[in-house]
Design a protein around this ligand. Structure first.
Ligand code: PLP
Length: 430
């Protein structure tokens, strides 16, 4: 979607100056937009007990995480590295939820010692975990309404969670092992824009929680409905009406837990919070015709993987080229991969070399999914503060980073066998 009006008003007047002074490419995020989105989520739940835990994987930059923590957000981590980052920015105890899958016991141990709220993704890992955290939550597999989601998998094909039919048994096992506090997790959609579907799916998780609570005879401290709310990447798509979504969840909660035992609601949105509040700023370096009209820019898929990898749409504009004649272009980076295209067959104004191009909605799963293939290293991350100051919150990678993990002197990890059997001894054929 075209960059938000407030961000555009703050960024566009200074963008040429910024690019001239700093160079390209870089991602730049809008602090005000991120904070405003977080606040609107909180206010949609009013006085009901609710906490949003930002999914660290979407934008794992300490400046952004700290800013969200200051707003009362928690952090959703899925790996030891993300737990360490959360710790580094001062998120402790129940400021952190740990929702991970296919995860080793020692990783859960780290989360437990950090005091995080832990979601167990399967029984095997839970049965091995010792000691258990004070609060135990299981993730319920996508079921029922979740069938539609490609990213989450359907009930038969998913890798996530405990099948709904085995859930009660899992909680009974937890209770047998002395657990007294319980949560439940159900993330059943990804990049979902249809508020009707999102609401019904999350309401189904609330209903599932109520059934399990009744069947097992436990009370849930919280229901975590996960992340997965979408953002309008394409012009014409409409943002999720978050208030309507929250209302559906709260209504389900009142309906299912009428007697004052209602669990808190937690969420783990990433994309919804930061996605629209970032752009990748790049410049036109090439304009060529090879059967197709091609615009080459100085960023590549290693700065933003989604278009090349998923064919995901990211809106793209040449903000200072308006008024020029338009036609369809492919916009490409320089990786030795034909999939390294930010846009295919996109109608854009005729570019000039050096024109600034903006690739929109890179505030989530953008830089974070970057890589260094071809030695096209990850670019810088800048943050525009609410007062309009621009600060660097991550420098661009350079050659030193590229080789930082190289052992220039190879390091022995396995000694050669001391007595190599000679060819004759080793099975000399008769
Ligand atoms: C990826 C993920 C999230 C965040 O997803 P968004 O689409 O960024 O909201 C939250 N929880 C879990 C368990 C995830 O895997």
């Amino acid at each position: 979607m075209p960059i938000a009006e407030g961000f555009a008003q703050r960024l566009l007047p200074v963008l040429e100056e910024l690019v001239a002074a700093y160079g390209t490419p870089f991602h730049i995020y809008d602090a005000q937009g991120i904070v405003d989105t977080h606040r609107s989520m909180v206010s949609a739940f009013g006085t009901e007990p609710f906490r949003q835990y930002f999914a660290v994987k979407a934008l794992p930059n300490p400046a952004v995480l700290s800013m969200l923590l200051d707003e009362g957000s928690g952090l959703d981590c899925a790996s030891p590295t993300e737990l360490a980052l959360a710790d580094q920015v001062g998120a402790g105890g129940e400021d952190v939820v740990f929702t991970s899958n296919n995860t080793a016991g020692w990783e859960y141990d780290l989360a437990r010692t950090a005091g995080a709220l832990i979601t167990f993704d399967d029984r095997v890992i839970f049965d091995r975990a010792e000691p258990l955290p004070e609060t135990v939550a299981f993730r319920v597999s996508p079921h029922g309404l979740a069938q539609r989601s490609k990213l989450m998998g359907d009930a038969a094909g998913t890798k996530f969670g405990v099948p709904v039919a085995e859930l009660a048994d899992a909680y009974r096992a937890a209770r047998r092992r002395g657990v007294t506090r319980f949560g439940i997790h159900g993330m059943t959609f990804a990049n979902e824009l249809d508020v009707g579907h999102a609401g019904r799916s999350s309401a189904a998780v609330v209903e599932c929680a109520a059934r399990v609570a009744e069947e097992v005879g436990i009370a849930f401290d919280y229901i975590n409905v996960g992340g997965g709310l979408g953002i309008p990447y394409r012009p014409g798509e409409r943002p999720v009406d978050f208030r309507a979504y929250a209302d559906v969840i709260l209504a389900a909660r009142r309906r299912c837990f009428p007697d004052g035992t209602a669990p808190r609601i937690l969420m783990e949105c990433g994309r919804y919070v930061t996605g629209p509040h970032g752009v990748l700023v790049t410049r036109v370096v090439n304009r060529v015709r090879k059967g197709r009209d091609i615009i080459g820019v100085d960023a590549s898929m290693s700065s933003l993987m989604r278009p090349g990898f998923y064919g995901a749409y990211h809106h793209l504009t040449l903000p200072y080229a308006t008024g020029r004649p338009e036609r369809a272009f492919d916009v490409v980076g320089s990786l030795c991969e034909n999939m390294d295209k930010f846009a295919v067959d996109r109608t854009l104004p005729e570019p000039h070399e050096g024109d600034i191009a903006l690739i929109h909605d890179t505030g989530a799963h953008g830089h974070a999914m970057g890589f260094t293939y071809n030695g096209r290293l990850r670019p810088a991350e800048l943050l525009m503060t609410p007062t309009g100051e621009v600060v660097e919150i991550r420098r661009a990678e350079d050659f030193t980073d590229y080789v930082a993990t190289v052992r220039w002197q190879p390091k022995p990890v396995l000694a050669a066998p001391s007595a190599m059997p000679s060819a004759q001894q080793a099975g000399d054929p008769r």
